[in-house]
Design a protein around this ligand. Structure first.
Ligand code: FPP
Length: 236
């Protein structure tokens, strides 16, 4: 048994189940996403209050672009609203905001608001909230490989410079520690192209709770379980 308490710097979440939450109530899927956005606020606040340094949320995957146009619009409109009002609130609470994902897929006004928020909050010393938007982990890894290939081709780097640290630094998440906890809500037990590199040693937690119903109390239960787990990182 490990006697040292596990260190918790970073929680990553796959927010799943908005659609089912709405369906169970006879509401349109958009109502589930709206309620899910409220939960984002509550959980970000809770994580910040608990002194955890990083929270990464899967808000929109590269695969989500294939959803019906109407649903993509709902999600993008929610994001627009979020960028304007709620994230501004977080900025005031000293939260630093970062985005990971393929920005060139996004509407220009959204991409611009994202860049602005990142620079406005860069000096904030509270928690870093990382929103994965238009994000896919395989795409991220391929982009990193391309960056390295270009540097080697230019002669700025040689093949022998490529190691785990260098590869990590080429990902969107450079400077962000790997997640210690990965939570997926709604009963699904898949990683769905999320943080494939970074979650190599994350402790996984799956809950039946649908994202709009996920609460700070349930988060605390996950954190408690995390501290009771033994992390060996492949050693004995
Ligand atoms: C999964 O539910 C959730 C998403 C695809 C998007 C997550 C988005 C939010 C929580 C709201 C917007 C967030 C921000 C930051 C503005 P699902 O639609 O796959 O649910 P289902 O599996 O029950 O259909």
């Amino acid at each position: 048994m490990s006697t040292e308490k596990n260190r918790l710097n970073h929680i990553a979440i796959i927010m799943d189940g908005n659609g089912r939450w709405a369906k169970r109530r006879g509401l349109p899927r958009s109502a589930g996403h709206k309620k899910g956005a409220e939960t984002v606020k509550d959980i970000a606040k809770a994580v910040n209050e608990r002194g955890i340094r990083f929270l990464t949320l899967y808000a929109f995957s590269t695969e989500n672009w294939q959803r019906p146009a109407e649903e993509v619009k709902t999600l993008m409109d929610l994001l627009r609203q979020y960028l304007k009002y709620d994230l501004e609130e977080m900025r005031k609470n000293n939260i630093r905001i970062r985005f990971i994902g393929e920005r060139d897929m996004l509407d220009q006004d959204i991409a611009e608001s994202m860049a602005q928020l990142e620079s406005k909050t860069a000096g904030n010393l509270g928690m870093t909230l990382v929103l994965a938007i238009s994000y896919g982990a395989r795409q991220e890894i391929v982009a990193a490989a391309k960056k390295i290939a270009a540097l080697v081709k230019k002669g700025d780097m040689s093949e022998s410079d490529i190691d785990l640290k260098l590869f990590s630094d080429m990902l969107y998440t450079r400077d962000i520690p790997d997640p210690d906890i990965l939570i997926r809500t709604s009963g699904e037990q898949r990683i769905s192209n999320y943080l494939l590199w970074q979650a190599a040693y994350a402790e996984m937690f799956f809950t039946e709770t649908l994202w709009p119903d996920f609460s700070a109390e349930e988060l605390d239960k996950v954190i408690e379980k995390f501290y009771s787990r033994e992390r060996r990182y492949g050693k004995i």
